[in-house]
Design a protein around this ligand. Sequence first.
Ligand SMILES: [Zn+2]
Length: 72
Amino acid sequence: MPIYSYTCHSCGRSFDLSQAYDDEPVRDCPYCKAKGSVKKVYGDVPVIFHGSGYYCTDHPHEGGCASCPHKD
Ligand SMILES: [Zn+2]
């Protein structure tokens, strides 16, 4: 079964759940019990910053290429 990532917007905790594709999405936080505060996080567009810079062609950003660590 696929594993889905959820984040609670009330307490800020994240957790993963293994669910069938057609299972009901989780809405209530298992940690702080807040109702309807849990949102599914879609992992198909990960935003990963490795700390060594990024390419402005891949990640357009404010300031343009003048502030990009990789100007090539
Ligand atoms: Zn919570």
